[in-house]
Structures are given as C-alpha cells and as structure tokens.
Design a binder for this molecule. Structure first.
Ligand code: HEM
Length: 301
C-alpha cells in the first residue's frame, strides 16, 4: 500500500494486496459516488476519468455509485442474460470462428480487437457490426484513460474525438452503456487474454496439453485499476485516511503477485462484473474451436 498525501494537493492510496482490496471492495464506507472532491489533483483525476466514462450525462456502470438509480438491477439483469449465453459460447459455436482462426494463425497481423467487439457487441444488439471505426473508437476511449499523453488527450477532448467515439459505439449498441463499456474498456483485458492464448497455441506441447477449462483461467487478466472513494475516515492496514481519500485498487498487480483469481471480476462483492462467467466461457469456446478444427488438442466433443 502506498499513500501519496500532500496537504491541499493530493490524497491517494494505492492498494495492491488482495485481502486489503477485498476489504475496500466489501466495505460500505467506500463508494464510486465521487462527489465534489479535494484536494486539487484528486479532483482533476476524477473529473478527467468521469469525463471519459460518461455519456450524455450518464456515467458508465463501472463508474456509477453503488446506490445509483437502477445500477444494481441492471447489473443483475446483465449478469443473468450473459450467463444464459454461457453454455452455447463455451461449446465453441460458429460465430467464434474468426477468433479461433486468429488464434491458429500466429502470423496474421489482423487486429483481434474488432473480432472481439463483434462477439461482445452481439450480446447487446444482434445486428451489431464491428469494424475499423468501432475499434478505433475503443482505442480512443482507452487511450484517454491511460496515464501520460496529456496534450494529445486534451486535443482529443477539445476536438470532440472522445465524445464522437462514445456516440458511435452507443448508436450501435442501443445506447446501452454497459455494452459501450464492454466493447471499449473491458475488452482490452480480453485482448490481452487472446494474445496469451495465441502464444500458448503456437507451442505444440501446450496446444496438446491444455484443456479449454485451463485456458479459461490462464488467459484471464484483471483490470489494471478500479477506483473507490472513502465516504468516512478510517484506517487500512495501519494506514489512516480521511473521508474523500481516493483509493486505486490495483487488481491486476494483486492478481499477478498472489495468483488470487477473485481479483479478476471481484465476484463476491457488490460491484461484481456481470461477465464473470461469460468471459471465461468465451475463452474456453475459442480454444475448443481452435483446437478442434485443427485436429489438435484434448477436446473430446
Ligand atoms: C476480462 C474481461 C473483464 C474483466 C477482467 C472485468 C472485470 C470487471 C471488474 C473487476 C468490475 C468491477 C469494477 C469495480 O469494482 O469498480 C467490472 C464491472 C463491470 N463489468 Fe466487467 N470485466 C470484463 C469484461 C466485461 C465485459 C465483456 C462486459 C460486458 C459485456 C463487462 C461489463 C461490466 C459492467 C457493466 C460492470 C459494472 C458493474 C456494476 O458495478 O454495476 N465486463 N468488470
């Protein structure tokens, strides 16, 4: 844990231990309400992130307060809907063929992003069509969230590029901001997983030994950081904090160091990812299809 505290300037705690992350994620005195914030650097960081992850005055769900109107109901509805797709997607259906083909063909320089967008987007709109523009939009949104590139990001914001990126995706996803989040923010964790899968596939020993279930674990990556704000003062791991202190929960770092898979989707907390079963099923399905079609691997279906 690292506390950056300079009075009047910054008050941020980075947390990278799974037990402390879960404590924050489960404690009702931490939220994503993000009311008017002090000190100045906290306020700038939050307004930059909320500026990117809001559309037409509505926050993306993963930046909404726990008690925001309708958030929990929509989260549950999406969880149920995605879970209802799990057994089909896990079986490696035809619509996963472009991803399976991408996995088999290590020399192809086709971007995997649009192929994944297509599979995520169809859960929100059966007519969704991913292309270079939709993938470009996802890169603009993710790029604006990444640290650094201050001038480029300012230019993008002032020129309306970020708003246009969100508008394009929202228009193709029936204005469903969970869908926009899926194809523009969360997708980058699955892109990492697909690259890992392709590397494993390339190695014949791995290709023959790995079951789809193993792949569903080995190719999971957690988000780099999720945010919380303390709504009252307290103490974490011996470190005192004030009401308003910003917490950066470093999920991927915590997962890598500890191997704790609960970091990936924060499954047992109020903010659990609605895609917690769907994403591993997708990875399994792609591997199943890639290995079955090539005649390799311990498939048995
Ligand atoms: C490897 C892929 C993914 C990972 C690792 C992941 C992980 C997470 C995590 C950790 C959260 C909690 C955020 C927080 O506590 O502040 C979250 C929230 C969320 N995720 Fe995912 N996610 C993934 C893919 C997806 C996809 C594909 C979708 C959409 C289909 C999705 C939709 C959501 C939504 C809507 C929320 C907000 C839930 C709420 O608080 O209301 N995720 N995700």
């Amino acid at each position: 844990m690292e506390h950056k505290h300079i009075s009047g300037l910054v008050d941020v705690i980075k947390v990278d231990q799974p037990d402390e992350i879960l404590k924050v994620a489960r404690d009702s005195s931490f939220d994503r309400a993000f009311g008017p914030s002090k000190p100045i650097l906290n306020s700038l960081l939050i307004s930059r992130i909320l500026g990117v992850l809001s559309y037409k005055g509505h926050r993306f769900p993963a930046m909404s307060a726990k008690k925001a109107n309708g958030r929990a109901r929509k989260q549950d509805d999406l969880w149920r809907k995605l879970n209802s797709e799990v057994s089909e997607i896990r079986s490696g259906p035809q619509f996963l063929e472009p991803l399976a083909e991408w996995t088999r063909n290590a020399n192809s320089d086709i971007a995997v992003g649009p192929l994944l967008q297509q599979v995520i987007g169809r859960s929100f709109n059966p007519n969704f069509q991913a292309d270079a523009q939709t993938w470009g939009a996802a890169q603009v949104i993710a790029g604006s969230l990444a640290p650094g590139n201050t001038w480029r990001n300012l230019r993008w914001r002032l020129s309306g590029k970020v708003t246009q990126a969100k508008a394009l995706l929202a228009s193709k996803l029936n204005d469903d901001l969970a869908g926009v989040h899926g194809v523009s923010v969360a997708i980058h964790n699955i892109v990492k997983g697909m690259h890992q899968m392709r590397t494993l596939y390339k190695d014949e020993a791995h290709r023959n030994a790995m079951t789809p279930e193993t792949i569903g674990h080995l190719c999971l990556y957690a988000p780099g950081v999720v945010l919380r704000q303390a709504t009252e003062e307290g103490e974490l791991g011996g470190c005192p904090y004030s009401s308003g202190t910003l917490f950066l929960l470093e999920l991927e770092k915590a997962r890598q160091v500890s191997g704790d898979e609960s970091m990936v989707f924060l499954g047992d907390t109020w903010s659990r990812c609605p895609a917690e079963q769907w994403v591993p099923a997708l990875l399994e399905g792609v591997w199943r299809r890639a290995t079955t079609a090539s005649g390799h691997g311990p498939i048995g279906i």
